[in-house]
Write a protein that binds this ligand. Structure first.
Ligand code: ATP
Ligand code: MG
Length: 448
């Protein structure tokens, strides 16, 4: 297994100070899976106490930060790369389903591996000593199985974050669950309600941005139900519509999957149809969902606020949810107006196109060609940006002072005049030059 030079340096520093060290955790798992990414963080376990680790690195001329000394962790930075180094430990009793009451030092790496969550994460590697794999993690990686180290109900009872980590690994790695582990995740799911919302939202962000999110969402819905109960109504909800070939949950899972792996657009995808069961009405055997984006917004806002997302992020997600069904014609006029409606936020417009494209691709096959329109919208956006065509007040060749000089009263009227000018430019009724806009505002003033 290739390990990067900065990790070699860390081994040399700890070993020449008389300690033992191993690489553990996600780096080993991902490297064995061929998912190696040199940019990712490395976790190490060592026989040194955190003070000894810190001293060894500082004496060798590297920085060491006390990032979790309560449980024996310091983060060292070697050649610009952070490495989390944690003393071998055994966790004591857990009384709060999250934090061990005591953390005691372990004397061997084997003891340390016993406290780790899943077998695929309980591997240690040393460049000369090779791999230590006491729980069959390597074979679980080969089989694509998530299985707890030890008895799952006890391990989830100790720390319920492991339940959400399990869902997240299913989405990131594309793994299935060992049946006993999965049953315990379901049985212990209500314990995840006592986790801090930061922990939950962090894991859900990782879950929805995983590259196997479609399969993982369908697999984990009954577990995620504890922290995302709003999703449950989508499961098995038949759309009875010519546009659709999946129930709302599977449609949603595909839409999330078909968007780029960024939290904003993926959250919008997760929530876009969450209001459908509530909006549903049936006529002539077909179901209709008129107004569902507004209901999705109500449900989505509650959910995102409960999980502690910032109001800025929440409103961005919801503005995508609100518009996901809007028809935007593939014309410059329509794209400029859409950009104006998004306050000129081109990144949000791009996310909207990505969402609409993913939504179209998750419909019945005969309606998937609508995805093509979204590609065209993105091409038109590029043309508009290249031509510097205006879609905000700031992009106009006339400004507030000009408008006041033409007799508009300072105050809210100025914005009204500029908005009217912007609409006229977007609609190509007036060109974006000072002369034309002066004439436009003069006639606007006289018509008031
Ligand atoms: P990634 O870094 O890709 O998120 P990871 O597996 O490295 O995944 P970390 O959170 O970095 O996860 O943790 C490093 C290792 O520490 C894990 O692989 C696992 O062995 C152990 N670990 C982390 N959190 C827990 C936990 N809540 N319970 C038990 N072991 C844990
Ligand atoms: Mg890690």
């Amino acid at each position: 297994m290739d390990i990067p030079p900065y990790a070699q340096t860390a081994f040399e520093i700890l070993e020449s100070a008389g300690f033992e060290a191993w690489i553990v955790g996600g780096f080993i798992r991902d490297t064995l899976m061929g998912r190696s990414d040199n940019a990712r963080d490395i976790d190490m376990a060592t026989s040194a106490t955190w003070r000894e680790t810190k001293r060894a690195f500082v004496e060798a001329g590297f920085s060491a930060h006390e990032t979790g000394t309560d449980h024996g962790t310091v983060t060292v930075v070697v050649d610009g790369h952070a490495i989390e180094i944690t003393t071998y430990r055994i966790d004591g009793m857990y009384t709060d389903s999250r934090h061990p009451d005591t953390v005691s030092l372990a004397s061997t790496i084997e003891d340390d591996l016993a406290r780790r969550d899943f077998t695929v994460n309980a591997l240690a590697y040393h460049p000369r000593r090779g791999l230590i794999d006491p729980y069959g993690g390597f074979s679980d990686i080969e089989d694509g199985i998530l299985r707890t180290v030890g008895e799952p109900l006890r391990r989830f009872g100790e720390d319920s974050l492991r339940i959400l980590r399990g869902c997240r690994f299913a989405s990131q790695l594309g793994f299935d669950f060992d049946p006993v582990t999965f049953e315990a995740m379901c049985a212990a799911k209500s314990k995840t309600l006592s986790l801090s919302r930061e922990r939950v939202s962090h894991e859900i962000d990782l879950f929805i941005t995983g590259s196997h999110v479609h399969d993982a969402l369908l697999r984990c819905i009954d577990v995620l139900a504890a922290v995302l109960p709003e999703l449950v109504a989508l499961k098995g909800f038949d759309q009875k519509s010519v546009f659709h070939c999946y129930d709302v949950l599977e449609h949603t899972a595909w839409v999330v999957h078909n968007t780029p792996a960024h939290p904003l657009v993926r959250w919008a995808a997760l929530l876009h149809d969450i209001g459908k069961p509530a909006a549903c009405y049936e006529s002539d055997g077909a179901r209709h969902f008129r107004g569902h984006p507004e209901i999705s917004i109500i449900i989505g806002r509650g959910l995102l606020q409960r999980l502690g997302y910032s109001s800025k992020f929440t409103e961005q997600v919801l503005s995508l949810v609100k518009r996901h069904d809007d028809r935007i014609a593939a014309t410059r006029k329509a794209v400029r107006s859409a950009l104006r409606d998004l306050d000129g936020d081109t990144a949000l417009f791009i996310a909207l196109c990505q969402l609409k494209r993913a939504d179209a691709m998750a419909k019945a096959p005969e309606y998937r060609m609508r995805a093509q329109t979204c590609e065209s919208l993105l091409e038109i956006l590029n043309e508009i940006l290249a031509a510097e065509e205006p879609f905000t007040r700031e992009g106009l060749a006339i400004n507030g002072n000009d408008v006041i000089a033409l007799g508009v009263a300072p105050g809210p009227e100025v914005a009204c005049a500029l908005d009217a000018a912007l609409d006229a430019v977007i609609e190509e009724e007036v060109g974006n030059s000072l002369d034309e806009l002066v004439a436009f505002v003069e006639s606007w003033v006289s018509s008031r």
